[in-house]
Design a protein. Sequence first.
Length: 224
Amino acid sequence: MLVRFMEPRGSFRAGECCASLSERTVQELLNAAIVEVVVPSYQNPPGAPLVQFNGPVQFTQDEVAAACRRVGVSLALPAGSGLDGAKVLWALSGVETGFGLNCMPRHEKGYCTGKYSLHPTIVTLTKRWGHAAHSSFGVWQVMLGNLGPNASPESFDTAVGCAEIAVTHINANILRGCTAITLAQIADAYNSGNFRDAIVPEVYIAAVARNYLVPMPAPKMAPQ
Ligand SMILES: [Zn+2]
């Protein structure tokens, strides 16, 4: 379901989250000059999933491996890291979604009602996408908010698109400025946001290390 809002002319207060928006009546929303309709995902029918997503929620290991090979070369690993960008992506995909097996969006409460819900990007995305704005998507389960205020869940429709998003995120937020980095540090930052803090997700880090050694399926020959 595409949810598209026109700018509601200041009807919503900064920081207002979906929980309070959902109590508004349709008339209030119309009065707020929302001209395109709108069955917002935060007004889901009973029994409907919290996050509506029409894109693929599963990719084959061949698709994921191909995306890792194609996009992994763009990972800005410092010279001498000894790491293979494709295998770093492959290892992270294994922990995040079982190498593409389960790419259902995951809703993060901290972005819905917690401290991140007040971030201007999340406030903007919530108006347009409802609970999807508080969710991670795709093979690498990147938060929608990482793509900025104009983000769309459609960006996660292909394995290559998912890989490009993951690489952009890792390069900008994890690798930038690093002159030496280990797989454990990348895994730590990918999971907890930062490897220079007190949070060290050891189970996650160990799983990434194991997955780095899981052989990727061989490249498929192009059709003749
Ligand atoms: Zn939410």
